[in-house]
Design a protein. Structure first.
Length: 387
């Protein structure tokens, strides 16, 4: 992917067939100025002589660019030794799926990979046109940080928007005590307040028997608000997903399902998970879906010994999302929330991302009639053109 040309015009006029903002609009034109949406309308009139890049796409649908809140941008893995480390993701792999914003995360391996590596990769993705952020920390507790302190990471590093992904209910976790979990979340909360950020704690859920119990206790026994705590991989198996539905309803909390691209025979896909949560009465506004891409898909035997692994991709995220619309589980405007608007709200980016409106970031994905991404704009720049 080519880096930005600073000499390109600061204004772009998109003319499309339809706009979903996420709700359908009568407008078919989007005027972009200096990276933001300046106007929405029909047959917008641009003064003669203004430097405008015109994009004619009458057969495409404009929607808010997708947001993936769980990406191993530097690569995950490592459970089988050095040769099992996953590769880093590229900007083109992200943008080709209509994704404009990612949040980078470390997983099992925070020894050969570090928050500093993660920050460097996030900044590289930003230079290539992707809007990128990161979680400080990793599976282990105490978490590795950039500055030696969670509050300082949140307060001083603009790209750090929370803590991720401390592991619970997993044989690879540090088996943190309840008081350690509570201390982590409270530290992130205060650091985020100092920085004016949401400061979410993005918890990795394994398939252990404790399930969501540590987070249930956290929300029941402390003053921490539910919107600061996001459990992910809640569809790791059917029983955990049922527990996640109850958790979301009990605490008016959000849960994040993973679009796994390899499943066991009875394991719920991202599509299956959203369907079940909706069926149990969880409001769509409390459901998000992420990819876990470039993380590892390890296999262990009954004693926890490593058997092998594959690398997760983000193609399942878009495929599962398309099924929600194509199989009429959700109308397009609600389905967009699952990988755009709801995610922006969870991350605290909803004041400028997750919808197409005047003043918002010009993060726009153009879809064809099959809901396949054809062009992706981030901050008004086309970072993925149709070939």
């Amino acid at each position: 992917m080519k880096r930005h040309d600073p000499d390109l015009p600061l204004m772009t006029l998109l003319r499309v067939g339809r706009i979903h903002a996420p709700e359908p609009l009568e407008a078919t034109d989007i005027l972009i100025a200096d990276g933001r949406i300046a106007a929405l309308g029909c047959d917008l009139d641009i003064p003669r002589g203004w430097p405008v890049n015109r994009v004619e796409a009458p057969d495409l649908i404009a929607v808010p660019a997708f947001i993936d809140q769980h990406v191993h941008v530097t690569g995950g893995g490592g459970e089988g030794g050095g040769g099992s480390r996953c590769p880093a993701i590229t900007a083109e792999e992200i943008a080709a799926m209509g994704i404009g914003t990612v949040v980078g995360v470390l997983g099992t391996d925070s020894i050969s990979r570090s928050p500093a590596d993660l920050l460097a990769k996030v900044r590289d993705l930003k230079a290539e046109g992707i809007d990128a952020y990161m979680y400080t920390g990793a599976y282990r507790v105490p978490p590795p940080t950039l500055t030696g302190d969670l509050q300082r990471d949140l307060a001083w590093i603009p790209e750090v928007i929370g803590l991720g992904e401390p592991a619970i209910s997993d044989h690879r976790s540090s088996q943190p005590r309840q008081d350690e979990i509570e201390r982590l979340v409270s530290e992130v909360r205060v650091g985020a307040m100092l920085a004016g950020k949401r400061g979410i704690c993005h918890f990795h859920l394994g398939d252990g028997k404790r399930g969501l119990e540590p987070l249930r206790r956290l929300l029941s026994e402390t003053e921490i608000p539910a919107d600061q705590v996001i459990p992910t991989h809640v569809n790791r198996h059917r029983a955990l997903l049922e527990e996640a539905a109850d958790y979301a309803l009990t605490f008016a909390a959000c849960v994040d399902v993973t679009a796994f691209d390899e499943l066991g025979e009875d394991d719920p896909s991202g599509f299956d998970a959203v369907c079940l949560l909706l069926d149990r009465g969880v409001p769509v506004e409390r459901i998000t879906m992420s990819s876990d891409c470039n993380g590892s898909l390890p296999e262990f035997d009954a004693q926890g010994a490593y058997l092998g692994m594959r690398v997760a991709r983000n193609t399942a995220l878009i495929a599962d999302w398309q099924r929600l619309v194509n199989e009429k589980v959700l109308p397009l405007e609600d389905a967009l929330g699952v990988i755009s608007g709801n995610v922006a709200r969870v991350l605290g980016l909803h004041h400028r991302k997750g919808r197409l409106a005047v003043g918002f970031d010009a993060d726009i994905t153009l879809l064809d009639s099959q809901l396949q991404p054809r062009r992706t704009f981030v901050g008004g720049r086309c970072v993925y053109p149709e070939r």
